[in-house]
Design a binder for this molecule. Structure first.
Ligand code: ZN
Length: 589
């Protein structure tokens, strides 16, 4: 009797399943998914936009920019980068690949190439020079110390070790999708366009958007036309002025703060003059203001129009990385009148972008995702006003020659019979040991690293010095900090010891240029970023569950039903995937 009943129940169950399956199939004709495919994926990355900043200025925003995102989007209020070295290339590539830096290989803006013994810039590639002659880094005027370290003018995505979402999009349809990455910064463009897309970035030397021979043999006509307009030079003799009356700003009475950076000719207070178009820092000053983002927007509009993005019925991809928030943050800090005005202007830039996309593609056909490559630290002077410990760390303390003379390191060298230099280099965040010496003398690298790390931790301002061998062997304490450092560890590119400064302690002076604030730490303020998806048909909501930036690329893959990026470790964000009409999609066989 019992078995008969069971059989009967099983039969009933399977017939229910069949009915459900039938209902699902009839509810989802094969073309349904195609119809819902967006015409355009628009990925926006705001360099150095800490997660709280849009909230801080929300009441000051106009219509159609940040408000559009927060009103229409799925807003993740607890989104963090989970790697330690919160720098530009690291964060961008994490967003584009869904992988940690240990896997995607971008462990820092700069690392030491063990084969040549030289520091290298993340996306340098001597095989692919710039397509425009004399458009590379101007060593006289370049203020980005990482750019100045590049030993080649060529650029390509080859150093990115895994596929990006944009790569997978190209692979999904034999390259029919048009894929573009745009930014003022080369690394902000190349990282997002992936290996299969096209990247354009701003040359401070020529005032034009440029690319490398990796992408093109000749510029498309719309690029030539945009560059011919010489838009950057129309800002000659103009200034960055406040958009509103000073009294309207939260930081209105903090226009002149002594610890902000006074860049030569640009000053510490409004208005900030750009100078004449032939002056040395003219194009640099444009990038240190909201104009940088306006130029990126203008060029983005040119690519949408020139390439007819979103017009073919196949999903196209456009990434725009806005860099001004980062440069302004470095000079004046995230809590400054300049940063406030910059974000209000970015809000207008976004509103214009969304309006343009609506006209050309339709926002109803566009998936927008917004995030940031990293957050931001407050200026130590600002924190000190509130009684919080913060300080600029003197880089001399980590100079190899200084370290070499530390008593414990001298003693170690004596004990092991080392008469050559043991410390090869320090470049944030890693100390690099001289591996030749270690190998020559048959030393135990882990032991040497441990001794040097212990010595580093004695230096005031250093919170932690994590030996890489210990990470590789799994011999490290299971703390969030150490896990973030492990996610940053790539055996071929990472240095021997990861140095973490105390919260809000950082090196602000590299290669002669002093800035007021910087990022790059594994502390929360540098990891905290917005993640917002606006997907037509998805219910707008705020989500307070903690998510990570590695989840962004897998979510885009899941929306389109394509392969996840090869190294991705994140999980698709369910709130974005559940649309009103697709609620049952997950049950589809
Ligand atoms: Zn930065």
């Amino acid at each position: 009797m019992i078995s008969k009943r069971k059989k009967c129940a099983a039969l009933q169950y399977s017939s229910v399943l069949a009915t459900v399956a039938l209902m699902l199939f009839s509810a989802l004709p094969s073309s349904a998914q195609d119809k819902k495919k967006p015409r355009l994926v628009l990925q926006i990355t705001v360099d150095q936009l800490r997660g709280d900043l849009p909230h801080r200025y929300y009441s000051e925003f106009g219509e159609g920019g940040f408000r559009y995102l927060y009103e229409k989007g799925v807003v993740y209020e607890a989104a963090f980068h989970r790697h330690a070295n919160t720098e530009t290339i690291v964060g961008h590539t994490t967003l584009s690949t869904g992988a940690d830096p240990s896997i995607h290989g971008m462990v820092g803006n700069v690392w030491l190439d063990r084969e040549t013994g030289k520091l290298v810039y993340n996306i340098q590639d001597s095989r692919y020079p710039l397509l425009t002659k004399n458009a590379g880094v101007d060593s006289e005027a370049e203020i980005d110390p990482t750019q100045r370290l590049a030993t080649s003018e060529g650029r390509s995505p080859a150093p990115i070790l895994v596929s990006t979402f944009s790569d997978e999009l190209a692979l999904s349809n034999a390259g029919k999708s048009k894929i573009f990455g745009i930014s003022i910064k080369d690394r902000g463009a190349v990282s997002m366009a992936g290996h299969a897309g096209k990247a354009f970035w701003f040359s401070k030397k020529t005032g034009e958007f440029v690319t490398s021979t990796y992408y093109y043999k000749e510029y498309p006509s719309w690029v030539k036309a945009w560059n011919a307009k010489q838009i950057a030079f129309s800002y000659s003799r103009k200034s960055w002025e406040l958009m509103h009356d000073r009294s309207a700003y939260l930081f209105g009475n903090r226009g002149d703060v002594p610890y902000e950076t006074s860049f030569p000719g640009y000053g510490r207070v409004f208005p900030h003059p750009f100078g004449k178009s032939d002056s040395k820092y003219f194009t640099t000053l444009l990038t240190l203001s909201p104009v940088g983002d306006e130029l990126a927007l203008s060029f983005a509009e040119a690519v949408i129009e020139g390439e007819k993005l979103g017009q073919s019925g196949i999903t196209d991809y456009l990434s725009i990385s806005f860099s001004s928030t980062d440069y302004v943050g470095h000079l004046f800090g995230p809590s400054s009148l300049e940063s406030e005005d910059n974000l209000l202007r970015l809000d207008r830039t976004l509103a214009e972008l969304f309006k343009f996309v609506d006209q050309k593609v339709g926002l109803a056909n566009t998936v927008i995702v917004v995030s940031a490559d990293h957050g931001a630290a407050e200026i130590p002077g600002y924190l000190n006003e509130f009684g919080i410990d913060a300080k600029y760390f003197k880089p001399d303390a980590l100079d190899p020659k200084t370290l070499e003379r530390q008593p414990a390191i001298e003693a170690l060298k004596k004990k092991l019979g080392i008469d050559k230099e043991l410390i090869q280099s320090y470049f944030q965040p890693y100390v690099y040991l001289n591996h030749e010496v270690v190998q020559e003398r048959g030393l135990n690298l882990a032991e040497v690293e441990r001794t040097v790390a212990a010595e580093l931790e004695k230096i005031d301002g250093i919170w932690l010095a994590a030996p890489s061998s210990a990470l590789a062997d799994g011999a490290f304490p299971n703390t969030p900090l150490e896990e973030a450092i492990l996610r940053n560890y790539n055996s071929k590119r990472s240095g021997d010891i990861y140095v973490v400064f105390k919260p809000a302690w950082f090196i602000n002076d590299s290669d002669g240029l002093s800035v007021a604030s910087t990022h790059g730490s594994p502390w929360r303020y540098d990891q905290f970023v917005p993640v917002i998806f606006v997907r037509p048909g998805t219910t707008a909501q705020r989500v307070f569950r903690e998510i990570s930036t590695v989840d962004v690329a897998p979510t885009l893959s899941a929306i389109l039903g394509i392969t996840y990026p090869s190294g991705s470790v994140g999980k698709p964000l369910v709130e974005v995937l559940q649309t009103a009409s697709e609620g049952t999609m997950s049950s589809k066989p």
